[in-house]
Design a protein. Structure first.
Lengths: 323, 198
């Protein structure tokens, strides 16, 4: 930021600063005819004012085009994808009559565990007997231990959001990639891939056990993201709104902040549907910002064409991006 | 830039023939013809003026003169007119300083290069626009960028942004103001070919 240095010069910076103030205030709800009159008289005071204002207003208006990146994002929640199978159908397929009450129902002659799976592009919301909620993202599998009194699930693959009713005498445990995540009253997500395990804590607290062999448990606080990859654990902190953006999949959206194009493509591809393929490796690091529908790979490709000048080639269910 | 009150008429010199040009018309002309040349102008100024801290002021003075002239009649060849104005201004400044700084280049021929460079195709600019915008936004300081994105992309009001960012509204205003100022510098002042390493 270059604030403090912009004091001395009478021609450039100070006028620019004032002009920038007018430009941004003019688009607020609290803009009044009186303020407009003030602006008009400021503009009339000197051509220098007017020129500075015109210049900054012009680029500020231009930046409105970024909104083009915001794909129409109706709430697609609940029917977020054509692949989505309603929970009842999966339950029936599994021969599982009710999931609600499952933890108290262990006296029934039931298998020891049930596997809940979502196809690519599917999402599932489960409500447990105690009111806890689990939301499974695309291409994920969750094993629910029905047998003993422990509240325990295993994320076999993929990603899930947990909103757990805390019970100090029966802690809720998520197992994933051989690790244990113990709920201490909380909302969190777990994402498991063959190479890594990621736990993001939204509210409350969780304890991450045996994150790395023979390490002591790590307790996460809200905003923390723990990543275990290649035998190493790292914990980073992100802001509330970044965290909210990470959960945008629950509302059928993907949000990218300075995300490498390769990661963006991988993210879209997780959800099945049209697959994005990068034709050259040197475009992998182009950075992307924006918000897209989960099913919006084609919209994204169109934007990538416009923003990066990439060639977009449709091959069946695949879109190849190249330079 | 056509939606505010017209003060331009008072500046118009009746001796000049043709229709009276209004300030909003000049605003639009300035935005369309002059601002896209800013990167080239900055290059020219930097090339031909030693004291880098004067550059922003010089640019502002050039713009003022160009704008004032345009109120009397829009120049036919905006690019040539802009650079002629810049050259005059630098010459006058040099004379006034009475000392020719060592590096204050006498050869304003760099100007020739700037003028002769192939005109940037408008279609290219349009296609490049979003990419440039995105690069410009990426260059903003983090908090500044966050406030900007929350307003423009998320469409949040200033109080909402303040809540989301956990800061006072006045701080949000400061960030947005910085964003507006810095975006203009990047979008207009930097050569379009510059690509940030990613």
């Amino acid at each position: 930021m270059s604030g403090p240095e912009s004091t001395a010069t009478n021609g450039g910076s100070t006028i620019e600063d004032l002009a920038a103030g007018w430009v941004i205030d003019r688009s607020t709800e609290s803009w009044t005819p009186e303020r407009q009159a003030d602006l008009d008289s400021w503009l009339a005071q000197s051509v220098a004012h007017r020129v500075a204002y015109v210049r900054i207003q012009a680029s500020w208006s231009r930046s409105d085009r970024l909104v083009a990146l915001r794909s129409p994002m109706q709430s697609r929640l609940g029917h977020s994808s054509p692949h989505k199978a309603p929970w009842s159908r999966i339950a029936a397929a599994l021969g599982l009559i009710v999931v609600t009450g499952v933890f108290g129902a262990n006296y029934l002659a039931q298998p020891k565990s049930q596997l809940i799976e979502t196809p690519k592009g599917g999402q599932e919301r489960l409500t447990l007997a105690d009111g806890s909620q689990i939301e499974l993202n695309t291409d994920s599998a969750l094993r629910i231990d029905l047998h003993n009194r422990n509240r325990a699930v295993e994320l076999v693959r993929g990603e899930a959001y947990f909103q757990i009713k805390h019970d100090p005498t029966h802690p809720f445990v998520v197992k994933a990639s051989g690790r244990k995540i113990v709920d201490l009253g909380t909302k969190f997500t777990v994402r498991s891939t063959p190479k890594s395990l990621e736990v993001a804590l939204i509210e409350g607290s969780v304890r991450l056990e045996n994150a790395i062999p023979s390490a002591s448990p790590v307790t996460l606080v809200p905003g923390d993201i723990a990543l275990i990859s290649a035998g190493k654990l790292s914990v980073t902190k992100i802001s509330n709104n970044r965290m909210a953006d990470r959960l945008a999949w629950q509302r059928g959206a993907l949000v990218f902040h300075n995300t490498a194009l390769a990661d963006v493509a991988a993210e879209f591809n997780r959800y099945g549907g049209t697959q994005l393929v990068l034709g050259n490796t040197d475009i992998a690091t182009l950075t992307v910002n924006g918000r897209f529908r989960i099913t919006g790979a084609e919209d994204f490709a169109a934007n990538a064409h416009e923003i990066f000048g990439l060639k977009v080639e449709h091959r069946g269910d695949t879109i190849v991006l190249s330079r | 830039m056509t939606d505010h009150t017209d003060h331009g008429r008072t500046h118009v010199d009746p001796r000049f023939q043709g229709a009276v040009i209004t300030a909003p018309e000049v605003d639009a002309w300035f935005e369309r013809e002059i601002l896209p040349l800013e990167a080239a102008l900055m290059q020219f100024l930097q090339h031909n003026w030693r004291n880098k801290s004067d550059i922003a002021d010089l640019r502002q003075d050039v713009y003022v003169q160009v704008y004032e002239a345009a109120l009397k009649g829009l120049p036919e060849a905006p690019k040539a007119f802009l650079f002629a104005t810049a050259r005059h201004l630098l010459s006058r400044r040099l004379r006034r300083a009475q000392v020719v700084p060592f590096e204050a280049v006498s050869d304003f021929d760099a100007l020739g290069a700037a003028i002769d460079e192939p005109a940037i195709d408008r279609a290219v600019i349009a296609r490049d626009e979003l990419r440039r915008l995105q690069a410009a936004v990426d260059k903003l300081p983090p908090r500044c960028r966050e406030a900007f994105l929350l307003q423009k992309i998320e469409g949040l009001s200033r109080p909402e942004i303040a809540t989301r960012m956990g800061v006072a509204e006045i701080t949000v205003r400061y960030h947005l103001k910085e964003a507006a100022r810095l975006l203009a510098d990047t979008l207009y002042g930097e050569p379009p070919t510059v690509r940030r390493p990613t």
